[in-house]
Design a protein. Structure first.
Length: 143
């Protein structure tokens, strides 16, 4: 199954919206260079663009990439069939899915009171690095 990277976003710290970047360097065992979540247990967050758009519409929000604090939006690919341990290929980089969704805490960032990633986030670690950009292929292999 294949799709495309729609956007890449980073922030200096945790607990804030992210801003779009034209390219990003993913580093093995680290995460995204320049992002506040690097060197954590789940350094890269991915969301499906179609899910983010539907979520925003459902809640009457005008959301831009990064507003839900996701690092990478992908389109045209359904990540819902993945499970922890599966690999996601973003351009030249290889990621391993470590967690789907996350607990919601009061100190977590929210966009106008709404959080997408606790229910619809895919959290990964970087196994093989590389530089990625919007338009790069996103794919996974599933038995």
């Amino acid at each position: 199954m294949t799709g495309k990277i729609v956007s890449i976003c980073i922030s200096k710290g945790v607990g804030s919206a992210k801003h779009q970047v034209e390219t990003a360097e993913l580093r093995a065992g680290y995460g995204i260079v320049g992002d506040g979540h690097a060197e954590t247990v789940r350094p890269v967050s991915i969301a499906m663009a179609e899910t983010a758009a539907a979520f925003a519409k459902e809640h009457g929000l005008e959301a831009n990439p990064g507003d839900f604090a996701e690092n990478i939006l992908v389109g045209g690919i359904d990540l819902k069939i993945l499970k922890p341990g599966d690999r996601i290929f973003l351009g030249p980089a290889v990621l391993e899915l470590v967690q789907i969704g996350k607990e919601t805490r009061p100190d977590h960032y929210s966009f106008h009171g709404y959080r997408l990633l606790p229910a619809h986030g895919y959290f990964c670690k970087v196994l093989e690095g590389g530089t990625i950009k919007p338009g790069d292929v996103c794919r996974f292999d599933k038995d």
